[in-house]
Write a protein that binds this ligand. Structure first.
Ligand code: NAI
Ligand SMILES: O=C(O)C1=N[C@H](C(=O)O)C[C@H](O)C1
Length: 265
């Protein structure tokens, strides 16, 4: 599988390039960085610190190499990811996108693109987080209607979006589960102080130092509470998951895929 990595100097892009470079089933064709960066034109091996040159360039135009690839792996910014999506549609190439922070309307453009290309969107590519979703579904079925549900996420000081994409997906999974038992479950954050409104999920974001990613869902009862937590110690689990997602798209028809399809859990 021939792979282009967007943002190979970024935190995720670099790890994804490293992971893809180590896989026998993947071949790195190029990295794409922003215009004007001093590393444009250099070897991807140098830019992503792979320890050797790999004979693949870092360019500032996806169009220049897109014909040579099977899939684009994109963990960048929402502006860049929407551009990447348009280019992928124009050239009929598969996309794995892990960028977060999109509005509902922006997410709709991924679904639209999926009418003509394979698109895999995952706000969290860690296998363990996606097992956590299963645990949340179980807990929600059992106690979702009798507890207060709050989601606390922690990330590094550089993260630009809040709440995290994962929080939103966890909240959506819980709401979907509740929806089958309770109509019109409202999902939103609370503002200001005041007592808790029943039937809502609260989102809380903490940013400090170099915390890679932590998510805790609280099911608050009276006299007791249940917490379900995932911590990552670094970002490698997400990079591995991103490459698993790309490999999954091999030979796939156009369509909108998620990490659930990849993990089959
Ligand atoms: N789905 C998942 O499991 C995960 C998702 N993320 C998400 O991935 C995204 C990126 O996160 P980080 O790597 O931490 O950010 P980062 O800021 O370290 O990297 C972003 C990269 O995008 C590149 N970029 C920005 N504009 C560009 C343009 N016009 N052309 C080419 N490259 C461009 C930057 O140069 C940089 O290399 C965020 O939205 C984050 O939330 C992060 C970790 C895991
Ligand atoms: O920016 C990050 O680091 C992460 N972002 C994703 C998110 O917004 O949920 C996934 C993971 O939490 C790491």
């Amino acid at each position: 599988m021939n792979v282009v990595v967007i943002g190979p100097r970024g935190k995720m892009g670099r790890l994804i390039a490293q992971e893809a470079n180590e896989r026998a089933d993947m071949h790195l064709v190029a990295g794409i960085g922003p215009k004007g960066r001093p590393y444009i034109g250099k070897d991807l091996g140098q830019v992503a610190k792979l320890g050797e040159d790999i004979g693949a360039p870092v360019l500032d135009e996806l169009q220049a190499v897109i014909s040579d690839c099977d899939v684009i792996i994109d963990f960048s910014t929402k502006e860049m990811s929407l551009e990447v999506l348009d280019t992928a549609v124009a050239y009929r190439k598969a996309v794995v996108c892990g960028t977060t922070g999109f509005t509902e309307e922006e997410m709709a453009s991924f679904k639209k693109a999926a009418e003509v290309i394979p698109v895999l969107y995952a706000a969290n590519t860690s296998k363990l987080v996606n097992v956590m979703v299963k645990l949340l579904e179980l807990a929600t079925t059992a106690i979702g209607n009798e507890t207060d549900i709050e989601i606390l996420e922690m990330h590094d000081r550089w993260k630009t979006d809040a709440p995290s994409g994962t929080s939103k997906e966890l909240g959506e999974a819980i709401a979907a589960q509740l929806g089958s038992q309770l109509k019109d479950v409202a999902v939103y954050g609370r503002e200001g102080s005041g007592s808790r409104q029943a039937g809502t999920i609260g989102y809380h974001s903490l940013r400090a130092g170099d915390i890679p990613s932590s998510h805790t869902v609280f099911f608050g009862g009276l006299g007791e509470r249940l917490e379900i937590t995932h911590h990552s110690y670094n970002w490698e689990c997400f990079a591995k998951g991103a490459c698993d997602c790309a490999a999954y798209l091999t030979g796939k028809k156009p369509g909108f895929y998620t990490i659930k399809d990849v993990l089959a859990i």
